[in-house]
Design a protein around this ligand. Structure first.
Ligand SMILES: NC(=O)c1ccc[n+]([C@@H]2O[C@H](COP(=O)([O-])OP(=O)(O)OC[C@H]3O[C@@H](n4cnc5c(N)ncnc54)[C@H](OP(=O)(O)O)[C@@H]3O)[C@@H](O)[C@H]2O)c1
Length: 183
């Protein structure tokens, strides 16, 4: 069975995932204000993931997190550069220069079921190849005004189906969209 490519990401109301310089302080601040124990479905989502695919920019951000957030899971970092990876127990990092389609084909052949695709440019490249199966997007009530975009132009439009949506009393909204097979 083919590996499903899934997105789980937070954006500002105006569609940015980070400031121009890559900072996510606004997201950290927002997350710090939510009730203890609330994770907006992240742990449930992660329990369905057996591999992560992320862009080099996202890797450089998460490499600073302590502890390493993807303990025991394989993480493929897309980059054209020679990367020196963080090392440690439970860290399974590898670099790839493959196209989204080639990478997913390889992961499928290796038996991976569901990939978490992360990073704005990488998500955009998977969308351009129509490889994203589902997207859970949490919207934070802030207008950043500028920054790094979640979405960019596409060669043609893509219809989506709203699978679920919810609002949290602390102001976040979350929607899960499925890509329509024929669109
Ligand atoms: N709001 C959130 O929930 C959230 C989630 C994730 C990340 N972020 C933030 O978003 C920023 C990262 O996103 P980003 O859009 O700047 O970059 P990104 O998608 O994480 O990384 C882009 C880089 O990945 C490499 N790459 C290799 N193959 C690629 C491909 N097929 N498609 C696209 N990129 C490919 C390129 O690096 P080379 O130059 O090395 O070739 C490219 O510059 C960070 O600041 C991170 O903290 C926020």
């Amino acid at each position: 069975m083919a590996t499903t490519a899934s997105v789980y990401i937070a954006t500002s109301l105006d569609g940015f995932i980070a400031r121009e310089n890559g900072a996510i302080d606004w997201l950290m601040d927002a997350n710090a204000s939510i009730p203890p124990g609330e994770d907006c479905g992240y742990a449930d989502f992660m329990s369905t993931i057996d591999v992560l695919i992320m862009g080099r920019n996202t890797y450089e951000q998460v490499a600073q997190f302590d502890p390493w957030p993807y303990d025991g899971r394989r993480v493929v970092v897309l980059s054209s550069r020679a990367l020196v990876f963080r090392r440690g127990a439970g860290i399974q990092l590898e670099a790839s220069t493959e196209s989204p389609r080639s990478l997913l084909t390889r992961l499928s052949a290796q038996g991976y079921k569901r990939a978490y695709v992360d990073g704005g440019q990488v998500i955009q490249s998977f969308l351009r190849e129509r490889l994203i199966h589902d997207m859970t997007i949490t919207t934070i009530p802030i207008l950043l005004g500028s920054g790094r975009r979640l979405f960019d132009t596409l060669p043609r439009e893509m219809k989506l189906r709203l699978a679920s949506s919810k609002s949290f009393e602390f102001g976040f909204t979350q929607a899960t969209y499925l890509a329509c097979a024929d669109a």
